[in-house]
Design a protein around this ligand. Structure first.
Ligand code: ADP
Length: 237
């Protein structure tokens, strides 16, 4: 039925750097309300997939379709406007701007004019008291939360999280896991790239295991870890 149609369909996606195929025919889909994990050994193309889907890089082949419309090669600021946003493995806030200004800049980039949800988001992600401090004053966990608030402030329907959990302490990790699950429950489609398998197991509905730029498994992580080909790429990688 139409309400169950995937929000995003990626088909035979390719991305080359020089002669090297970082993405070599990657296909998968994600639906609203779903948390999909992208896992695989280092260099398998996970971050490149996020970079291409979020419009940071144009694909060299294949299709990216959001709700029936092709978005391959569309610039990231336009994709923000169409409901796709992402966080970065290493957040790079404008250090001399305040926390609040960093969110305002991100909203301006996405073409938004009002910021009704910003105060609530800063409160929810424990940044309210730091709102008027320069981003340089934040610790690394707080910088990750600022990066998440920056993305959430644009009200994405598809949120791409690149190593959001890495570097958080266990209490922060539990807390962020619950926040992300709540976002999915509210209808957001979420793609997570993460090396922490405990986190992936706990948070995802389904995973795509990647190797050498393509999918080698799609399904539950608990099943993936019993598949010889999956075990081999992790041990060999
Ligand atoms: P993963 O996230 O799975 O660790 P990446 O997507 O970061 O993998 O990288 C996949 C491959 O593409 C790696 O071999 C990496 O060196 C290469 N790569 C990624 N980004 C670039 C780039 N901007 N320029 C050149 N090579 C890149």
């Amino acid at each position: 039925s139409p309400e169950n149609a995937p929000l995003l369909n990626v088909s035979k996606l390719e991305k080359r750097f020089g002669g090297f195929y970082a993405l070599d025919g990657l296909s998968f889909h994600v639906s609203s309300g779903e948390i999909l994990g992208l896992v695989g050994p280092n260099g398998s193309g996970k971050t490149t997939a996020i970079n291409v889907i979020s419009g940071l890089y144009a694909p060299d082949g294949g299709e990216i379709v959001l709700e029936g419309g092709s978005i391959g090669g569309v610039a990231s600021h336009k994709l923000v406007h169409r409901g796709i946003n992402r966080t970065f493995q290493i957040p790079k806030p404008f250090l001399s701007l305040t926390v609040r200004q960093n969110v305002e800049v991100a909203l301006a980039y996405g073409g938004a004019t009002d910021v009704p949800a910003m105060a609530d988001l800063l409160e929810e992600y424990r940044l309210a008291e730091l709102a008027d401090r320069p981003a340089a004053d934040l610790n690394s966990s707080q910088q990750k939360m600022l990066d998440l608030v920056r993305a959430l402030a644009t009200r994405p329907r598809l949120l791409l999280l690149d190593e959001l959990a890495a570097g958080l302490n266990p209490a922060e990790l539990d807390w962020v896991t619950e926040r992300i699950k709540a976002l999915a429950k509210s209808g957001m489609a979420i793609i997570v790239v993460e090396h922490l398998m405990g986190f992936i197991e706990h948070i995802t509905d389904r995973v795509i295991v990647m190797n050498a730029g393509k999918e080698i498994f799609e399904g539950k992580l608990a099943v993936a870890v019993k598949v010889p080909q999956v075990i081999e790429v992790f041990l060999g990688g």
